[in-house]
Structures are given as C-alpha cells and as structure tokens.
Design a protein around this ligand. Structure first.
Ligand SMILES: [Cu+2]
Length: 119
C-alpha cells in the first residue's frame, strides 16, 4: 500500500465515523408505529419523546382518517384514506397529551403522550 492510499483510506474512515456520529446526535430517526384497523387503533395509547415521528399504517380495508382531536401545537389530519398500505406520518414536536381520533368512527380513538426530551 502506498502512503497516498493509506492517507486516502484513513480519510474515508474519518468521514464515515463523522457521518455515523452525526446521524445519532441529530435525534432524527426516532419513530413509533400505529396500526389503523377496522375500527380501532393499535396501540390505543403511546408514550414517546418529543421529536418522535409516529407512523400510522392502514391495515384494514375500510376508510379511516387520523385526526388530531386535542393537544398542543397545530392541527393535523390525514384526511380519509382507504385500504391497507396507506401511511401517514406526524412528528410530535411539542410535549403534552394528544387525543387522536378517526372522525368517521366515533369509537376509534387513541392517546399519544409526548414527553419532554432531557436537554
Ligand atoms: Cu375509522
């Protein structure tokens, strides 16, 4: 191995290490999953840290929506979506208690508790 190759290889290793550290430090990539079934959410309550993205995954056949019933921050909704394979994501940026509902089925509801991230 020439010295030039050794230097290039060492450089590549440093870049890879920095990239790996960067992805952890940003706090991104945290996710939680919820199934949207006919007619219920699984789980019905969820506890996550602020900054977590919750992914609702349609697994039933009917039309459902994911709508913010109450909680801090801005309103969000998926709108009516039909069939399995539909995915709706929301990042919970503010700590607090959220009620999530399907406006089409009164009994379809769930809670998301968002805990403050320790600084
Ligand atoms: Cu529904």
């Amino acid at each position: 191995m020439t010295l030039r190759w050794a230097v290039a290889l060492a450089g590549a290793i440093v870049v890879a290490a920095v990239l790996a550290l960067g992805s952890t430090a940003s706090g991104k990539g945290k996710a939680a999953k919820v199934d949207v079934d006919d007619d219920f959410f699984t789980p019905t309550s969820l506890e996550v840290k602020e900054g977590t993205t919750v992914k609702w995954n349609w697994v039933g056949d009917d039309v459902h929506d994911v709508t913010k019933g109450s909680g801090p921050g801005k309103f969000f909704e998926s709108g009516p979506q039909e069939g399995s394979g539909v995915l709706f994501k929301h990042e919970f940026k503010k700590p607090g208690k959220y009620n999530i509902i399907c406006t089409l089925h009164e009994e379809m509801r769930m809670k998301v508790k968002v805990k403050e991230k320790k600084k």
